[in-house]
Design a protein around this ligand. Sequence first.
Ligand SMILES: [Zn+2]
Length: 155
Amino acid sequence: MSDGYIRLVPTDPHWQPTPGAATATTAYVTRLFSGPGDDVEQVEYEFYAHVRLIDAGENFTRVTCPRCASDIDVTWLFDLMDENGGRFDELDVTVPCCGTTVSLDALHYDWPIAFARFEVSAMNPTRAKYELDVQELAEVSAVLGHPVAQVLAHY
Ligand SMILES: [Zn+2]
């Protein structure tokens, strides 16, 4: 059986919260899945020393170039990740299709992914409304101290 994650990250790839804000955000997200009949296996936060790809697991299957609209083989992205040891401190890359220099977060992904140095992840959350709505994202942003985006992942 696959695991589902809701991964919440600051919209600025380099931004990191204070440890206190990280703890408060984790507690807030836990509460979102604490209603009657709701469940979540684990909510935890993680600081990364370098900018990391926050991927969507098997949800993510397609990348296209924002300049020439060509499909880019997803293995190109994973090879890039292997080459730099998973560090994405420099997001500008030369795309294989048309040789343009593009920021990795400007590529078009069929399923939202992100680049970040911090995340709060909820493992196998269950509730009637799965992902966070606009209001909840705004509240998480307020607790964290920075606007957040969510990545829905399955592994
Ligand atoms: Zn291109």
